[in-house]
Design a protein around this ligand. Sequence first.
Ligand SMILES: NC(=O)c1ccc[n+]([C@@H]2O[C@H](COP(=O)([O-])OP(=O)(O)OC[C@H]3O[C@@H](n4cnc5c(N)ncnc54)[C@H](O)[C@@H]3O)[C@@H](O)[C@H]2O)c1
Ligand SMILES: [Zn+2]
Ligand SMILES: [Zn+2]
Length: 359
Amino acid sequence: MKAAVLFSTETDRLQLVDDITVLDPGFGEITVKIMASGVCHSDLSILNETMPQVLPAVLGHEGAGIVTAVGDGVQRVKEGDHVIIAWTAPCGFCINCSGRKRPELCSTMYTTGALTPRFRQGTTPVHGMSGTGTFSEYATIQERAAIVIDDDVPFEIAALIGCGVTTGVGAAVNCAKVSPGSSVVVFGCGGVGIAAIQGARLAGASTIVAVDVVEQKRALARQFGATHCCSPDELEDARTELTGDGFDYAIEAIGLAKTMRMAWDAIRRGGTACIVGAGREEDKLEFSAFEVFFNEKTLVGSYYGSSDVRSDFHRFLRLWKAGQLDLEGMITRRIALEEVNGAFDAMEAGEVVRTVITF
Ligand SMILES: NC(=O)c1ccc[n+]([C@@H]2O[C@H](COP(=O)([O-])OP(=O)(O)OC[C@H]3O[C@@H](n4cnc5c(N)ncnc54)[C@H](O)[C@@H]3O)[C@@H](O)[C@H]2O)c1
Ligand SMILES: [Zn+2]
Ligand SMILES: [Zn+2]
């Protein structure tokens, strides 16, 4: 079958190959025919070595499709089910899932799934990004990573919920816990940032400022609920004019220490800076030993929107069905799998909110 594979990070391209075999589902595993996959910045971050991944690997982790085969021991999912693929799914038993009630921090899928090859090319094992690999016609995943949805949800809408929407909306409502009437600044108007803007709107924020280097992205953000928009250089003036002493919340959806620091500086004393962007290990964020205690600010990281995919995927779908989440509008480009490298170029040029690959 066809798949987009990263063989080595020495090139900045995925190779489109047609001789990849998806492994049969083992115990507790299923095979999904991928129908749609979004292209997330985290895919690009594997390519440019911002984030690690065992290679060779089929990239893509924001997908939806139809179950075509189930392995032994599978109980909740059957052939023909439509599913959203979760790139981290709770095992239900570990301390993060049960005692701490932080299912997004369950590392079981990582240790048992992401490190196990999901595909092969001839006799060479090939991994799937984060135990998924949605830039391919089929993927074999753990049963727990498949969340069954209604058959009438378009696959491209379902795919977006698999990463960008859950990450962004969840950052605002689950992690930052934006409150009604508050002021929020969102850094980055890609798929994750636009979803965070929508999350802030849903949570009742009265001022939502979208910050991006690309003017068209800022303008587009208004369509999703931003009340104001500005470039990073204009933010200091906007902050003073709109809030006086700073925003109640900042959400960083870019992945640079520079913009994380801007998020921290943009909030008022006692405010919350929620970091969603995934940056490089060596890109360091600095704080003075004075400011931390004095300003009593909260810095919080957000992983997968601090969501429980078992309930939040359905919650976000209900909001979409009720017309309260605009997911169609987030898809600004539709492509075939063969054009995936072009999708990365468009993302780097700031030309897209979300590109969706349809199969
Ligand atoms: N925490 C998580 O669980 C999680 C999940 C998914 C994605 N992410 C991360 O979220 C981030 C955003 O992902 P995305 O898919 O929306 O990316 P994207 O590339 O679509 O969007 C990023 C946006 O930031 C803007 N930007 C870049 N540099 C900027 C700067 N210096 N100042 C202002 N704006 C700038 C770009 O123009 C673009 O609009 C990435 O780092 C991604 O890896 C994290
Ligand atoms: Zn993602
Ligand atoms: Zn667990």
